[in-house]
Ligand binder design. Structure first.
Ligand SMILES: [Zn+2]
Length: 507
């Protein structure tokens, strides 16, 4: 039984009549367009789904200021941190950041990478922003989701996986009460005792219901003029703070994975907070063992992990040599976030071969990597991953803090790495193929030679408006394929519109 709030998440597609669900086909373009570097081209390009997106870091700083002002919050004048009212000495009403342009600039700089000096410590500034605007974001996940989903839809994306920390207070309290037990099986039993973990699961689901209600209201989903966000399927990934005590880390992991099996709105877990933090480094292998154990208890929960968001100098050399491999092996990650330090891993070529063979995708946010790690251009392993057949998907990470949009990531792939239109199209396809959407996809899973249609829709033009009976039945049963079909229809329209900008071999 699907809970009714889920309609917002996947219903928009499922509820549409076939005639509108499958956009009418445009005539095939005679040749494929290649990037002409125009804003129009990149804006219009279909861009799959965003698979690496932290909800609180994804909304614009201007939107956070608006929320803070609406809630009557205050902002400290020294560290520019949002705090609850009343606004005592050393604070100003957040509303003043709407009207006072100097104060507004101060807040935008403190809560994002705006104007951040190229020689500054971007890593510390970036991660510190979350603590500064944290008082704002926990109050309005639904309004933030509407903002982020509208932005994704406007950029011609078709799907969103966004990260939150479900019922984090309740999970923390339970962890602290139970304490740590190095025998993970017994630790898990203690969490389950007296239905304690299930009480937290219920709380997380109730919060998700409330978020959904706020989202639908903010995006006008139940009016005659719904926002684009209302037809964008989305899923939650549960964050686990890797700087916590072992009991808190384990409890958040168990909660996220139990949620993923109990509630279809939740799909996966991911470790967050700086990978180079003292506790994150000390407990790295322990965290992987925890995930390994919990995956055996929750085999249907997905795992994607921030791993290799590191550079020499940030950590001692040894810490650069094993994180990604451990995440893909012991941690059983199906996707890797960042993977920037891969070339420092022991046996990195065999690691890449293994990732290619097992179809473990790397989520790449170019701008975040540049701002936090100062890695870009040739120093970034993007091209090396691709050469070794490792699936790569472009993602935004924290576009609000980075002050970018997914379109900027695709533009970077074209401008810096010379990707042509078919390659950009494959990146977009990869981001849906490697999503945690349920059901089967449209493509042959062995995609090293490009995306080849497979399954009941293989004999048809992908995305066509009137799929045959077997294909239509397949699309109805498989949400992943359904979302992919929508994107293929968008590619046909795009190729028609941009056929005149074709410049064969323009790079
Ligand atoms: Zn991230």
């Amino acid at each position: 039984m699907i809970p009714s709030p889920l309609i917002g998440a996947l219903g928009a597609l499922a509820l549409l009549a076939p005639a509108t669900a499958y956009a009418a086909p445009a005539p095939l373009a005679s040749s494929s367009p290649t990037p002409d570097r125009s804003a129009d081209f990149f804006a219009g390009l279909p861009k799959g789904g965003d698979l690496h997106n932290h909800l609180s870091g994804a909304v614009t700083t201007e939107f956070l200021i608006e929320l803070a002002a609406d809630d009557g919050l205050c902002i400290t004048t020294d560290t520019t941190t949002a705090v609850a009212p009343p606004c005592g000495p050393g604070t100003r009403p957040a509303a003043e950041a709407v009207t006072d342009s100097a104060f507004r600039r101060q807040v935008i700089r403190a809560w994002s990478m705006q104007d951040f000096p190229a020689d500054g410590n971007g890593h510390d500034h970036f991660f510190a922003t979350f603590g500064k605007f944290g008082e704002v974001t926990w109050r309005h996940p639904g309004r933030m989701l509407a903002e982020v989903a509208n932005t994704a839809a406007r950029q011609n994306q078709f799907y969103l996986e966004t990260m939150i920390s479900p019922a984090s207070g309740q999970a923390r309290d339970l962890a602290d009460k139970v304490g740590y037990d190095p025998d993970l099986d017994s630790m898990h039993d203690k969490l389950l005792a007296d239905g304690a973990l299930d009480t937290v699961v219920r709380r997380a689901r109730a919060d998700a219901d409330a978020t959904d209600t706020e989202f639908r209201s903010a995006a006008h989903c139940d009016t005659s003029r719904p926002d684009a966000a209302c037809s964008l399927p989305y899923r939650w990934i549960s964050q686990v703070g890797r700087l916590g005590t072992p009991e808190r880390v384990f409890t958040q992991m168990a909660l996220g994975m139990r949620l993923a099996e109990r509630d279809p709105r939740f799909v996966a877990v991911n470790l967050v907070q700086p990978e180079d933090g003292e506790v994150a480094l000390r407990d790295y292998r322990l965290h992987m063992r925890m995930l390994n154990y919990l995956k055996s208890r929750y085999p249907r929960a997905h795992i994607t992990l921030h791993a290799g968001e590191l550079v020499p100098g940030l950590v001692k050399p040894e810490d650069l040599t094993f994180h990604i491999r451990e995440a893909t092996r012991t941690g059983r990650a199906e996707r890797i976030g960042h993977g920037v330090s891969v070339l420092h891993e022991d046996g990195w070529e065999s690691l890449m071969r293994d990732m290619a063979d097992r179809r473990i995708a790397v989520e790449v946010p170019f701008h975040s990597n540049e701002q936090i790690l100062r890695v870009s251009g040739d120093a970034h392993p993007f091209a090396t991953y691709r050469r070794h057949g490792v699936p790569v998907v472009l993602a935004t990470d924290d576009p609000g803090i980075s002050r970018v949009e997914i379109t900027d990531e695709y533009r970077r792939a074209a401008d810096t790495y010379g990707l042509d239109y078919p390659e950009l199209r494959d990146l977009a396809r990869a981001s849906l193929e490697h999503s945690f959407l349920p059901g089967r996809g449209l493509w042959n899973r062995d995609v090293r030679t490009g995306y080849r249609p497979a399954g009941p829709c293989a004999g048809e033009r992908q995305g066509n408006g009137r799929p045959g009976e077997r294909c239509a039945a397949f699309l109805d049963r498989n949400l992943k394929a359904q979302v992919q079909w929508r994107q293929e229809a968008a590619f046909h329209r795009f190729e028609t519109t941009h056929a005149h900008t074709t410049h064969p071999g323009n790079h």
